[in-house]
Design a protein around this ligand. Structure first.
Ligand SMILES: Cc1cc2nc3c(=O)[nH]c(=O)nc-3n(C[C@H](O)[C@H](O)[C@H](O)COP(=O)(O)OP(=O)(O)OC[C@H]3O[C@@H](n4cnc5c(N)ncnc54)[C@H](O)[C@@H]3O)c2cc1C
Length: 326
């Protein structure tokens, strides 16, 4: 295994797919190479050839009109630094900011993160809560697959041999929508998540928006802040919750989402939502953490991710206070 292999740099998707066909399906597509090269070094992968996707302009788009579309070859750093994404698709900015190190983020792509299909892929949960779909190029043309159906299991995605992931499409969300992703790691720098939780909420304030904003701006306890939300009637109109590293594939917590929709946000409710999300997960023991700990932390982090998302709606221009837990 290992040894030498040809390295191709096609300029178009068609050329790349033809090269893959020419290799009898034994070639490997490579984008940033931060997963592929590790596998080759570990002798877990011995490609007949490497087909680079880096020179293909068709995969490097980032468009923000009427939603968000991101090409598979866009790097984590480009996504993390995009002001529109930071504001309107914040969960994605949260995740891409935290992938690996700056060196990794400069070359590694979101397409590679998703196609590699690790349960710990940081961008998976944000894409799930942002209702992303995958655009796939194949011999028969283009097809679109909702992201929830794209992950089939560890290292397994819904790509047929030779197909190329072109990119991701996300809808535009209306007023009152915010999102957040929380990556839980053993240490701050360069670590894969022990657990990841993303949330997207659309909220409506029945009482006073100023009251809610004031609550967020205090250094009060979370219980008191949530009490003020309850008094002002902060209602969750729509919700998405996704969890990573708690099952063989990144997953939505659909029962928890349903339980949150239409309710006034309160401390009791967030506790219940966390419990429901934890009951939907199937975590296992691993070197990064034990199953019981992951389950406990889902409960905690689900509420925090929802609160961060709410904070982004209520105080869109403010930096989220680092000393706050959410
Ligand atoms: C030091 C280090 C730290 C890391 N930290 C993190 C982290 O914190 N969080 C995290 O989630 N990941 C992390 N990773 C993993 C990795 O960096 C990411 O998964 C990254 O996004 C992979 O992107 P890439 O462009 O390098 O993919 P590549 O290695 O080029 O490809 C990965 C897989 O996707 C396939 N592929 C890529 N693009 C396409 C496409 N357009 N169509 C079809 N197939 C395609 C390749 O064939 C390959 O199977 C880390 C890796 C390293 C080495």
């Amino acid at each position: 295994m290992g040894g030498s292999y040809e390295y191709y740099r096609p300029a178009t998707i068609d050329e790349a797919m033809a090269l893959m066909e020419g290799s009898g399906g034994n070639g490997v597509y490579i984008a940033g190479g931060t997963d592929v090269m590790v596998l080759i070094r570990q002798k877990k992968l011995a490609p007949a050839c490497l087909i680079s996707l880096r020179n293909i302009g068709e995969l490097a788009y980032l468009e923000t009109g009427g939603g968000l579309t991101v090409g598979s070859a866009v790097t984590h750093d480009e996504i993390a630094k995009n002001a529109f994404i930071q504001r309107s698709y914040s969960a994605l900015a949260d995740a891409t900011k935290k992938v690996g190190s700056l060196q990794i983020r400069n070359v590694a792509t979101m397409g590679g993160n998703i196609c590699n299909a690790a349960p710990s892929a940081d961008t998976a949960c944000p894409l799930l809560v942002l209702d992303a779909s995958a655009r796939i190029a194949g011999k028969g043309g283009e097809r679109v697959v909702p992201l929830d159906e794209f992950f089939l299991g560890p290292n397994k995605v819904a790509l047929e041999k030779g197909e190329i992931l072109k990119g991701f499409a996300m809808p535009a969300f209306g007023e009152g929508t915010g999102s957040a992703y929380i990556k839980h790691t053993r240490r701050e720098a360069m670590d894969l998540p022990m657990l990841g939780v993303a949330a997207r909420v659309t909220i409506r304030v029945e009482g006073s928006e100023v009251g809610c904003r004031d609550a967020m701006c205090t250094i009060d306890t979370i219980s008191n802040i949530l009490k003020r939300f309850e008094d002002e009637g902060l209602v969750c109109e729509d919700a998405r919750i996704a969890m990573g590293v708690v099952a063989p594939r990144p997953m939505r917590a659909k029962k928890a989402e349903e339980a949150l929709k239409g309710k006034v946000i309160s401390e009791k409710l967030l506790g219940e939502i966390g419990e429901i999300a934890a009951s939907e997960a199937q975590p296992r023991d691993s070197i990064r953490g034990e199953a019981w700990y992951r389950r406990d932390m889902i409960q905690v982090l689900t509420g925090r991710a929802i609160l961060r998302a709410v904070d982004r709606v209520i105080r869109p221009d403010d930096v989220i206070w680092p000393q706050r837990l959410w």
